[in-house]
Ligand binder design. Structure first.
Ligand code: FES
Length: 114
């Protein structure tokens, strides 16, 4: 599969996130949190917090971090790594391409964590 249309650039302002459901390889919807950092760059991570399986897109975006609303774990949108407990496992990060006013996300590959 290739990159899928997730949203339009105007759908998100800086430090905002939204939930989109993209088509998984098996046809099942895959929840993805598309977020814009403080500099206006787009990021896409799994919407499911690795600690308690709640929606990360419902949390706050601060700088390049998204904070889980339930217990306060923060994840780096660039790497998916938790930088604040209680979460200890990363969330998958998906490559984002901005094509004009379209934000495209490829959920078939994950961005390698450095
Ligand atoms: S459910 Fe996200 S930090 Fe606990």
């Amino acid at each position: 599969m290739t990159a899928q249309l997730a949203c339009m650039t105007d759908d998100l302002g800086p430090e905002e996130a939204m939930l989109v459901e993209l088509d998984g390889a098996d046809g099942a919807p895959v929840p993805v949190a598309v977020a814009r950092d403080a500099d206006g760059n787009f990021h896409a991570v799994s919407d499911i917090c690795s600690h308690g399986a709640v929606s990360l897109s419902e949390g706050e975006v601060e700088g390049c971090l998204v904070e889980c609303w339930l217990h306060g774990s923060q994840f780096d949108l660039r790497t998916g790594q938790p930088v604040q407990l209680p979460a200890v496992r990363p969330v998958p990060v998906y490559p984002v391409t901005v094509d004009g006013d379209k934000v495209l996300v490829d959920i078939d590959v994950t961005v390698p964590v450095s």
